[in-house]
Design a protein around this ligand. Structure first.
Ligand code: GDP
Length: 212
């Protein structure tokens, strides 16, 4: 079992052009309500690191979390000050797209700002695209995936809320969701923030991109 990610909230940013430096980043993106905040909380085994639902203010921001582990952190001792001070990787929680009540201005800004980030951020190692496992992919998700593929942005599909799919329906749902994302059935990483399925696997993937 992999231990919870040691994530520390750094800041909420309203623009991508002034983000703090980081050696490596992974980003989480998905439709509003897909379960992104719940998933980040589950990865860190914290209840309120990322805000869950009904907080449109913060969910329209880019939230940054520093991964406080890695070579320097693991060795730890007094004499390892230099190592421990090395910058660490960052988990970037991008604002959810398709938020029904967002103002026109916010909706209009979303693509420009986020697309710019996804295309130009050199530190960005992997984009985790969340798709609701019980209902997705939606048209918006498919557009997002088409856009990422077209622009060759490295990405991994994460299917959320596995617990909402009855066990008997899971094999079919896995195939359906993957096909809707133009992937093989084994490609999406299935998770349940509520029940814990897939969380270990996703923690390992995040570490792989940020530390190893
Ligand atoms: P966000 O808008 O993408 O950050 O989504 P939230 O994390 O706020 O979750 C949206 C809703 O889905 C909330 O009511 C959560 O309780 C629920 N939810 C999130 N993850 C899961 C899950 O793994 N299983 C189930 N059953 N519900 C979930």
């Amino acid at each position: 079992m992999s231990s919870p990610l040691q994530l520390t909230f750094v800041e909420s940013a309203s623009r991508t052009t002034t983000l703090p430096e980081s050696p490596r980043e992974v980003a989480f993106v998905g439709r509003s309500n897909v379960g992104k905040s719940s998933l980040i909380n589950a990865l860190a085994n914290r209840k309120q690191l990322a805000r869950v639902s009904n907080t449109p203010g913060r969910t329209q921001m880019i939230n940054l979390f520093r991964l406080d582990e890695g070579v320097g952190r693991r060795t730890g001792g007094k004499n390892d000050q230099t190592l421990a001070d090395e910058p660490l990787g960052t988990v970037v929680d991008l604002p959810g797209y398709g938020y029904a009540k967002a103002s026109k201005a916010v909706k209009g800004e979303w693509p420009k700002m986020i697309e710019g980030y996804l295309l130009e951020r050199e530190e960005l190692d992997m984009v985790f695209v969340l798709v609701d496992g019980a209902i997705g992919p939606t048209k918006l998700d498919q557009q997002m995936l088409d856009w990422l593929r077209y622009n060759t942005v490295p990405h991994t599909v994460v299917a959320t809320k596995l617990d909402k799919v009855k066990s008997s329906k899971r094999p079919g749902r896995r195939k359906e969701l993957a096909a809707g994302c133009q992937l093989d059935p084994g490609d999406p990483v299935w998770v349940s923030a509520t029940k814990g399925d897939g969380i270990d696997k996703l923690r390992s993937l995040v570490r792989m991109h940020l530390i190893e």
